[in-house]
Design a protein around this ligand. Structure first.
Ligand SMILES: Nc1ncnc2c1ncn2[C@@H]1O[C@H](COP(=O)(O)OP(=O)(O)OP(=O)(O)O)[C@@H](O)[C@H]1O
Ligand SMILES: [Mg+2]
Length: 354
């Protein structure tokens, strides 16, 4: 098992800074995800670990050894690319088994490994076909198989499920996670799908504009987002962020939101009367009850296990996620309860958590 460390890794293309000061300490056997929207530098970061792209500055260590000057082969990583390319003149079985064959592994063993992997990737029935005779999703699974069949020190996955339909994506997610549980190969996985990242990762690095906003467990990132960006990127439905002002009254701290003051427990060091903030509450923490802030139902969105209810109040508009289907209708008067401990508060200017 191998650890991977990135120390202040930066990358410029010409004068364009794509990644800046990326620090990641990935433990041996850990499965981490780089999560972020398109263009934030995920592929570039992965390529620098793989050795396909030079970093402009900083150190990359694999198993404690600086690898900046090593070739991809010397780094012993297996990568599934965002734009995978299969060998067009080889069958599925040959594509998957190619690297093993090149290493001189006996053909009976190659065949056995390929068959086992193909079965779990639902490719067993197309092993003798050529890539041009496969659907996009099948081609992508061949590319995944080609990486998985090796036993590298590190797996790098760049949006490996992007061509798969929704149900297969979830299935492949389970497959990759299971494989990781069995083999514990250190893995770096790239996705822009927050649910995929949450479900598969030991830790998630949320990237924004070439930097890492937060690196933590799914729970840390969800329950204690370090910034406004992380709070709104993670979670579905998205957390609504509202404007507020910190206030002190009779020695107690409050959050002034619209025409309401909400009780707020906040670190004394962060409290400054009149400080402009943005705040939000996760939809499952917005409770509809008999007490609380009066509001009016604006919209209902049932999704099966829960209904998302948009509620206008004097403190702003909240979205509540309530289990099951609801009897309320748009226009109904309801009350909204929010616990002080469920408020996420961010400095208006810096966007950082208070
Ligand atoms: N070879 C290059 N030359 C110049 N700019 C590049 C090059 N490769 C990437 N970029 C730019 O660097 C930024 C980050 O690109 P990158 O491919 O790492 O993003 P990403 O997070 O993987 O996005 P996506 O989710 O769309 O794949 C983008 O603005 C991109 O246009
Ligand atoms: Mg990319």
């Amino acid at each position: 098992m191998t650890d991977v460390t990135l120390k202040e890794v930066s990358k410029k293309f010409g004068s364009f800074q794509v990644c800046h000061n990326i620090d990641l300490d990935i433990k041996a056997g850990e499965f981490i995800t780089l999560l972020g929207s398109s263009g934030c530098g995920k592929t570039t970061t992965l390529n620098m670990v793989a050795g396909l792209e030079d970093s402009t500055s900083g150190d990359i260590l694999i198993g404690g050894r600086r690898v900046n000057d090593l070739s991809p082969v010397e780094r012993d990583v297996a990568m599934v690319f965002q734009n995978y390319a299969l060998y067009p003149h080889m069958t599925v079985a040959q594509n998957i088994g190619f690297t093993l064959k090149m290493r001189g592994v006996a053909s009976a063993i190659v065949r056995e490994k390929v068959q086992k992997l193909a079965a779990s990737l639902e490719l067993g029935h197309v092993l003798e076909r050529f890539p041009a005779q496969l659907s996009g999703g099948q081609q992508q699974r061949v590319a995944i198989g080609r990486a998985l069949v090796r036993e590298p020190r590190i797996f790098l996955f760049d949006e490996p499920f992007s061509n798969l339909d929704a149900s297969l994506r979830v299935k492949m997610r389970t497959e990759v996670k299971e494989l990781h549980v069995q083999q514990s190969v250190t893995s770096i996985f790239v996705t822009h799908d927050q649910e995929e990242a949450m479900s598969i990762s030991d830790r998630i690095a949320v990237m924004y504009r070439g930097g890492v906003e937060q690196f933590g467990s799914p729970e840390e990132i969800y329950a204690h987002p370090a910034s406004r960006y992380v709070a709104s990127f993670i979670g579905s439905p998205q957390i609504e962020l509202l404007d507020g002002i910190l206030e002190m009254s009779n020695g107690a701290t409050f959050l002034r939101a619209g025409q309401r003051a909400l009780p707020l427990h906040i670190d004394q060091g962060n409290f400054k009367s009149g400080r402009a903030v943005e705040f939000g509450v996760r939809p499952e923490h917005v409770r509809m009850g008999d007490t609380g802030i009066e509001g009016r139902v604006q919209m209902l969105q049932p999704i099966g296990p829960a209904t998302h209810v948009t509620i206008d109040t004097a403190a702003g508009t909240f979205i509540a996620s309530v289990p099951g289907f609801l009897r309320v209708k748009p226009g109904d008067n309801v009350k909204v309860e929010i616990q002080a401990s469920d408020l996420h508060v961010f400095d208006k200017e810096t966007g950082l958590r208070l």
